[in-house]
Design a protein. Structure first.
Length: 659
RNA sequence: GCCCAUGUAGCUCAGGAGGUAGAGCACAUCCUUGGUAAGGAUGAGGUCACCGGUUCAAAUCCGGUCGUGGGCUCCA
């Protein structure tokens, strides 16, 4: 495939559309882009030839498939952001002499660079860095590639006192990599490249925040100052990004949780421990009720287990070994050490062991909303998303080997239908296979991985594979839901476990009268109720669908004269199972509407003289203004229709207020 | 845990280079009976997170503790 064809006097490149073109050797990516079109030449950032990404200005000497990379390509964006990191590093080193450079890669959205400055950066520094970056971009300085040998590189970076770069060079020596550095404007950096043609391609950028980060991610190493930024070839893209950020901030579950009186976390009870207020608790219970109902319908049996257990149980399960970091210290109960539970599985195993099991009994599917406590370091706690006490929607399936595949198929379908019910139809599936350090027989791993794969294929699901990403005790499938603004959240997980059945010596009696080891599968759909509630809250931007809303409608009386009608109406709607309250305060209707809108109550029923006389309601939906007048029965029917999982009548429309 | 930032009324925040604090919203009372996102007046409300130090004097300066926020995964 890879041929040097200088002898032929031409190189042949294949464009993504399959067409072939010939160019003289030494032609650059830019030349090719220009020969295709003006716009492409202007947008081109780099070129991919034979699978390797190169500078646009690099002379090409091979034939093969090419792709002109622009900002529209993931690889083009990587190059763009990497170059942006260089521009930032130049600004920083020029403004803060003595700053040492570490690394500066592109990330999912944007880039960062790690610095070791004489003293930590302040938020005000960022503005100065941005100004200098604008100057560097105005220069439109070209990025130039230079290749050299190790000694030259060591001399260059040694003279500059770039200790981190010297460390990197040691690593590259081991790996035998070609050493290269790039220059642009007055800046020089050790860099594999490639880069965009010149700094002027960066039309809009923003430095976002400063963070501490360890050199090479190791806690013992010096802590560096990391600056995160984003950059784009178009101002519009930056403003889109800033809008997405604002939107995410507007939906922040911590903020909405306070505003809508759903939950709190009080330092008097402790960091990472959630207090559910009545409205939040109401929604949680709706979720739980639905969860129980679906599990009972789907062949699960419900179990309950205690919050503490004797330490020996956790020793037998192995948690005191491999999970010690996340467990609270044990405590004495009548001279017996006990342990707060970080997981539910050992209890379910004890239930399994409480009786002799026959192959006819399997599969056994035991589900529990089990509250567990895990020690998380203070710095990682985050609202409801990372807490110390939470309720897992846990279940364990004990089955025979010949049942595994069908069980997985069923769990997968069950999971997806639950997500749809909660308004998440878009789910990403990821299969994680055997890691290097793993226990269990290779044959078991193969069986389990095949079962997972077959289940995915049988259901016609597309999925990603994370080779070696499984737990040490078994392979797994992770399920990630996509929310209303495109963010992905891992919720579900389906995990094989070869460890616990061995450790507890689980068995069932087969048709041959012999003992056999059952297969154990852990699975969670929502993950934790706390976290899932947070995700749901952000997904709906606080406007819960009617079936979950603690208050589905509020009756707003225009004057005190219609107070009696308002209460009678409330009774009538309540008897149709509508969750409704009355706001009969002697306040103006505008104020009542404003407050109900801010509480994101799905429906507001405005009643005055007219409605009172006609036995109607004037309906206003959250974020959708006045929907007009309808009869009480009509409204009740509307609520009934929307009061079902999966129906999202209110938040489908734009949630337009700017509170 | 580590780096940086931060903690002032129920909430959102001003202020404070050392002399015991302020706004808006919310709350209470009164006036207003008003038709689709804020009617008006009056009032109450704070050991300025906690503990210690310096000082005649600390909310302010120093140290510690706790909490909160952004990070500490995506490898020139």
């Amino acid at each position: 495939m890879k041929t040097t064809e200088a002898s032929k006097g031409t190189i042949t490149v294949t464009l993504p559309d399959g067409s072939e073109r010939e160019y003289p050797p030494g032609t650059t990516g830019y030349d090719i882009a220009a020969s295709i079109g003006k716009k492409l030449a202007r947008d081109a950032l780099a070129i991919k030839l034979n699978g390797s990404v190169r500078d646009l200005r690099a002379p090409l000497d091979e034939s093969g498939p090419i792709q002109i990379l622009t900002f529209a390509d993931p690889e083009g964006r990587e190059v763009f952001w990497h170059s942006s990191a260089h521009v930032m590093a130049q600004a920083v080193t020029e403004l803060v002499p003595g700053t040492k450079l570490a690394i500066g890669p592109p990330i999912e959205e944007g880039f960062y660079y790690d610095f070791d400055p004489p003293k930590p950066f302040t938020p005000e520094d960022l503005e100065k860095f941005e100004e200098r970056m604008s100057e560097i971009i105005a220069e439109d300085a070209p990025f130039k590639r230079n290749e050299c040998d190790l000694d030259v590189a060591r001399q260059i970076f040694g003279e500059r006192g770039e200790q981190y770069k010297l460390e990197l060079l040691d690593k590259f020596e081991e790996e035998g990599e070609q050493i290269s550095y790039y220059t642009s404007s007055r800046f020089l950096d050790l860099c594999r490249g490639p880069h965009i043609p010149s700094t002027g391609k960066i039309k809009a950028f923003k430095l976002l925040n400063i963070a501490g980060a360890y050199w090479r991610d190791a806690e013992g190493n010096p802590q560096l100052q990391r600056i995160y930024g984003v950059a784009y070839p178009d101002k519009k893209l930056l403003s889109d990004f800033m809008h997405r950020r604002e939107e995410a901030e507007r939906r922040d579950h911590r903020r909405l949780g306070k505003q809508l009186k759903l939950f709190s976390i009080d330092e008097n009870s402790g960091a990472g421990l959630v207090l559910w207020h009545p409205r939040g608790a109401f929604i949680r219970r709706r979720i739980e009720d639905y969860w129980y109902k679906r599990h009972e319908e789907s062949g699960y049996e419900l179990v309950y287990s205690p919050h503490i257990a004797r330490l020996g149980l956790w020793e037998q399960s192995g948690h005191t070994g491999f999970y010690a970091e996340n467990m609270y210290p044990p405590f004495e109960v009548e001279n017996n050490p006990h342990q707060l539970k970080p997981m539910n599985c050992p209890f379910h195993i004890l239930i399994y062991q409480s009786d002799l099991r026959s192959y006819r009994d399997l599969p056994m599917r035991w589900a529990e909303l089990g509250t567990v406590y895990r020690y998380e370091r203070g710095g990682v706690l985050h609202g409801l998303f990372r807490v110390r006490g939470f309720t897992q929607d846990d279940a364990h399936i004990f089955c025979r080997r010949d049942q595994v595949e069908e069980e997985i198929v069923t769990v997968l379908d069950f999971s997806l239908s639950m997500y749809t019910a909660f308004g998440f139809p878009d789910v990403r599936i990821c299969l994680s296979t055997r890691p290097e350090k793993a226990i269990g027989e290779p044959a078991d791993w193969e069986m389990a991985e095949n079962a997972l794969r077959h289940a995915l294929e049988q259901g016609n699901h597309t999925y990603d594979v994370d080779e070696g990403g499984g737990a040490f005790y078994g392979p797994k499938i992770d399920l990630h839901v996509r929310d209303a603004i495109g963010r992905s959240w891992q919720c579900g997980t389906i995990q094989f476990d070869f460890n616990l059945p061995e450790r507890f010596d689980l068995s069932y009696i087969g048709s041959d009268g012999q003992k056999h080891r059952p297969v154990m599968v852990h699975r969670a759909l929502l993950g934790s109720l706390e976290r899932f509630f947070g995700i749901l809250l952000e997904h709906h931007a606080g406007t819960f669908p009617v079936w979950l809303a603690p208050e589905q409608a509020i009756i707003l009386s225009v004057t005190e004269k219609v107070e009696d009608y308002a209460y009678a109406l409330a009774d009538e709607l309540k008897s149709s199972d509508v969750r409704v309250n009355v706001d009969a305060r002697p306040e103006k209707i505008g104020l009542k509407i404003r407050e109900a809108e801010m509480q994101k109550i799905p429906y507001m029923l405005i009643v005055g003289d007219r409605e009172s006389q006609d036995h109607t309601v004037s309906v206003r939906a959250h974020g959708r203004r006045d929907l007009g007048t309808m009869s009480v029965d009509e409204f009740a029917a509307r609520i009934r229709a929307e009061n079902r999982p999966g129906v999202d009548g209110t938040s489908i429309s734009a949630d337009a207020e700017g509170t």
